[in-house]
Design a protein around this ligand. Sequence first.
Ligand SMILES: Cc1cc2nc3c(=O)[nH]c(=O)nc-3n(C[C@H](O)[C@H](O)[C@H](O)COP(=O)(O)OP(=O)(O)OC[C@H]3O[C@@H](n4cnc5c(N)ncnc54)[C@H](O)[C@@H]3O)c2cc1C
Length: 369
Amino acid sequence: MPTQTLDREVVIIGSGPAGLTAAIYSARANLKPLLIDAPVDAEKQTTPGGQLMITTDVENYPGFSEGIQGPDLMVEFRKQAERFGTEFLEEWITEADLSERPFRLQTENYVVNAGTLIVATGASAKWLGIPGEAKVPDGFGGNGVSACATCDGPLPAFRNRPLVVVGGGDTAMEEATFLTRYASHVYLVHRRDKLRASRIMQDKAFCNEKIEFIWNTAVEEMLGEPEAGVTGVRLRNLQNNEERVLPCAGVFIAIGHKPNTDLFKGQLDMDEVGYIKTSHRSTATNVAGVFACGDVQDATYRQAVTAAGTGCMAALDAERYLDHLPVAMPSGDEVTIEGEHVTPDHSAIIEPDGTIIPNQPENLVAQED
Ligand SMILES: Cc1cc2nc3c(=O)[nH]c(=O)nc-3n(C[C@H](O)[C@H](O)[C@H](O)COP(=O)(O)OP(=O)(O)OC[C@H]3O[C@@H](n4cnc5c(N)ncnc54)[C@H](O)[C@@H]3O)c2cc1C
């Protein structure tokens, strides 16, 4: 049960490039943001710093002509956010109530009331959902099955052994190329006969003589023994349905990501995959005062620089939102930035020219029309 309550004007969830950029901007605007991020958890796939913590070279983030390691880049993001006074809280958020302001977030130890909320919860790896894939003891997850080559590739169990990577996008190419540092051979198993990966990533993989492509094929089952871990995979050729066992010491699933939006289901508008919908040219969601940035709302670009860019937008959008909220006067009136007065009992709005509008839903609808 939560034992402590925090009330903060700007709350950001997630410390990837989007959340930390939003923190830098809102801290510099003196909004004293609280950034909440989950601790390291292999099962939930959370790491403070986000997805770039599990990669090596980042060669496309502007400003680093020689490239930079993903974790080093995120340390710099965090230091910059800290420098301007961002407050950090390392907790996994279990519940979010966006039905009224302040929005209410719950963690194991805290209830956090947020005047405005920036959602930057990113995305997590997808799984195949096949036999043998579940976590130990139900399957071989963590004992030969992984979704992160950078994290698990260097393990002794995989050294000089054949490994399998599943997928056809950038992540699969990167994982396969990275694993060739350790493996004797890497099989890249893909359901189709062509890749979705960018040209440069494909070329890198095709040029690597340790990588062998197995096309039009699905992994049907992870095979192994409790002590030995994974010993192979059962493959099915999708063109002729032939099955075979491919011996290997590990399987790396690299078939894409799922936005981390379960917390907000039924509250924030999302597309069919679960990406949060934001309004055109802004980070505003369907709930006033809630903004979304980074991979959690971006099914198209999913890059660190675009995540950082939308993090900046979310901070500016949140700042404008707060600036436009009515200010309470000693008289009990509230004054909006447009110069409207709201009576203390909220029964009427007095416009700058003296026009009085009864604060009834039907009048407001009539006004909008
Ligand atoms: C292997 C790999 C290599 C990549 N390489 C590059 C590259 O070279 N260049 C590039 O531009 N991009 C790269 N990317 C993509 C880039 O990492 C993402 O686009 C970027 O990290 C998205 O940032 P984000 O801030 O939106 O979310 P994320 O980085 O996903 O961060 C989200 C954060 O939210 C937290 N969170 C989620 N749910 C909760 C909750 N309920 N409570 C508390 N905290 C929560 C998570 O712990 C996480 O820290 C790579 C991605 C991967 C996986």
